[in-house]
Design a protein around this ligand. Sequence first.
Ligand SMILES: [Zn+2]
Length: 496
Amino acid sequence: MDASSAARAWRDHLQRLQSLRGAQALLAWDQQTGMPPAGAAARAGQQALLGELAHSWAIDPEARKLLDVLEASDEATHQRMALVARREVDRAVKVPSALVRRLSEAHSAAFGAWATAKQDDDFSAFAPHLRTVVDLALEELGHIDPDRHPYDVALEAYDPGTTIATLRPLFGRLKDGLVELLDAIADQEPIAHVPLPADVKAQRALNVEISEALGYDFGAGRLDVAPHPFTIDIARQDVRITTMFDPDDMLVALGGTIHEVGHALYEQGLPTGALEHTGLDRAASMGLHESQSRFWENAIGRSEAFCAWMAPKARAHLGPDAPDARTLFQQSNRVDRSLIRVFADEVTYNLHIIVRFELELALLEGTLAVEDLPEAWNSAYADVLQVDVPDDRRGCLQDVHWSHGSFGYFPSYTLGNLYAASFTKAIEAAHPTLWDDVADGRFAPVLHWLRHHVHQQGRTQDAPDLVRAVCGDRDPVADLLDHLWGRHGAMYGARR
Ligand SMILES: [Zn+2]
């Protein structure tokens, strides 16, 4: 078979697979937004059946033969299609099915045990499950590639092109810089928390108006409520977002909605036409995905210019008690050494991640025993964030990730913040009127830049290469620290 026929056949194969995965996504969306509780058992069966079908299609030996042809082609796109496909197919093929079953059983048992242990603040009830999850993860990663560091193999599932060797220096410099900024802010007058309650129906109307203004296409998406907000793509023209409204704090939904809009704009802007169904028409990595959500949520949504644009809209929807631009800006950016990652501000957030990166790496390397995790966690928080962790519920039990065995996922969040910082600088250079545009509610030039430089590139390159191609040799750590000093440092009157 010649390379173009193989490429056509491979695209047909991926199109079928994407349709099936879209159906699975729709079931998952329904489960989290509107399914009656009694439907859970039947839904689990339906998902398992579709999951098995998708797995068998994904590892289909006939389809895999096409990859040999694409690999030998002299067209760069064909070679890239084969490389991107192999990374995933090889994972699925190399792990023995008995181990896949043990992994899935261990993860569901560990998830249940984690939820109970967190509620009861009882790490010892979760520890044996976590030990099993770590052991099985090492077994799985060893099957995928016994010659590389297991953590590098784990990272590749989320952020191809990123390794321990690239993360260590980035995170090390970032940590030092953040601690310095945090100390400088702590020397200044603190900014008090001001509750910003608002009627939920009015909040919803405000969030819809903002999402539309940013460029989210409601003709190809919708906004619903979910306890853990997420974005899900059912098809290129059907990318749905969810948010959560807190009647006592309008900033919860606002930050959450803009974050998910950022993810959705990426999905809605991925390449069509010649790249459609090649496997290169997808997000380049989790870190790059997170850069899009963080860019809109933080760089744009928490900026002074955005708050100035939004304040009159907030008043129109929420009434005369709505916060003014200054209150919105201050409350969106106040800095607090806190215990919980998901509530952390922009300055401390990455310190929460760096702590997790170091601990999960030590768990996989065997230099940290599972039973010693709480103590290691607490001492890292005392050292890096200077907070005392009162219990494991607000300590090492707070996040769900490790119960799923999702080691290597946490760095995506900080990679996203780093990439977003460099994108912001690059956009400022390309559009000197950026902040005037934002203050006037003109977001199209920003979206256009992202569409062209990031979204339309899909997975044609690994994220680190894409960022380098777009931003040149910008230093993302310097860019992020510069942004934080310029916004948070300045707001507190801290000097570098
Ligand atoms: Zn996100």
